[in-house]
Design a protein around this ligand. Structure first.
Ligand code: NDP
Length: 309
């Protein structure tokens, strides 16, 4: 690490933001650390976490004085608010690990802010959905100082199936945004493909069974469509608003690089339009399909009737 560290291995860890992802992620820390502190804006969740996992619900000032501080909040704007509030209480040498799916420029700004205070910031967004958080199998894509990652590694490892250092500050957020945009592109394209097939009388589940053993296979075809869309269950685990936010981060990166990327840009716009229209703010990401169905008048279910019938 470039500046002094309080300890060679973290003695205390804390987690800020016990949402759909943060709550189970923080639960895994208890397996490896004696002192796991949790804080949440709605503090009842912190008490609930303490009861369920044996962590310790603490006030904000205490939480941010840990050796390793995790955050997992909706956007980089909320992370910046937390860092601003934490500044007077940070321990020199501590490492702030932001698991939010955030904005690369914000990671660079946060890393500079914390470095001036003798601490470190790494962007460490995660992939694997809530089931990956519950099972401790998340993919963690890390941008920032490698020695800061090394220090925090034993804590991150508690909820990770894979940890990859992808480059300097902001690199983790960039990979995460592009990954989710690729997922959105696959999902949208599959929705179009199944609409066409169903309009020609093909059962969507039968089509997916073929696609999942063919070159069109993707996570969307093997998991999202069968588990959420075709069965019309739409479990709320990752909001469409957050998906649209991630696609927007990727298109901002495209603009900054002055690169043409029309497919990514179009699907980012579709996801934003869908999010604005379908239960804005609270719909599951898979409910983007309702927006497409409104256009096509073909419902992606195994029920072989459509609104046209
Ligand atoms: P949730 O909405 O479930 O949780 C958000 C958390 O942030 C809550 O603990 C909430 O506190 C807290 N929070 C919100 N605003 C503030 C604020 N102003 N100050 C302090 N705390 C705040 O979100 P998720 O857990 O689903 O997502 C978190 C991040 O992880 C996002 O960036 C998302 O894109 C990413 N992600 C999500 C995945 C998923 O499957 N859900 C998968 C991979 C990444 P409170 O309880 O008080 O509202």
């Amino acid at each position: 690490m470039t500046t002094q560290t309080a300890t060679q291995t973290p003695m205390s860890v804390s987690f800020l933001g016990l949402g759909a992802m943060g709550y189970p992620m923080a639960g895994h820390l208890v397996k490896a650390f004696d002192s796991v502190m949790v804080w949440n804006r709605n503090f009842d969740k912190a008490h609930q976490h303490e009861s369920e996992f044996g962590s310790k619900a603490v006030d904000f000032e205490t939480a941010v004085s840990a050796d390793v501080i995790f955050s997992c909040v909706p956007t980089s704007a909320q992370t910046a608010e937390l860092i601003e509030r934490a500044k007077p209480y940070l321990k020199k040498g501590s490492v702030w690990v932001d698991c939010t799916s955030g904005v690369p420029e914000s990671a660079i700004a946060a890393a500079n802010t914390l470095q001036a205070l003798g601490s470190h910031f790494i962007d460490a967004p995660v992939s694997g959905q809530t089931i990956g958080a519950i099972n401790g199998t998340l993919t963690v894509m890390v941008g920032g100082d490698k020695s800061a990652l090394d220090f925090a590694y034993p804590a991150i490892d508690c909820f990770a199936g894979r940890i990859e250092h992808v480059g300097a500050s902001g690199g983790g957020f960039a990979v995460k945004a592009v990954n989710n945009t690729l997922f959105a592109v696959n999902s949208w394209a599959l929705g179009e493909g199944l609409s066409v097939l169903k309009a020609h009388g093909v059962n969507p589940s039968a089509a997916l069974a073929c696609i999942n053993h063919s070159s069109g296979q993707s996570f969307a075809s093997s998991a999202t469509f069968p588990d959420r869309i075709v069965n019309r269950s739409f479990p709320k685990t990752f909001t469409l608003d957050l998906m649209a936010k991630d696609c927007g981060i990727a298109t901002d990166l495209q603009q900054q690089a002055k690169l043409p990327a029309p497919v990514m840009a179009a699907v980012a716009s579709f996801m934003r339009a869908a999010s604005n229209q379908v239960e804005a703010g609270s719909a599951d990401f898979s409910e983007f399909i309702k927006f497409l169905e409104n256009w096509s008048q073909v419902i992606i279910s195994d029920e072989m009737t459509t609104p046209k019938d």
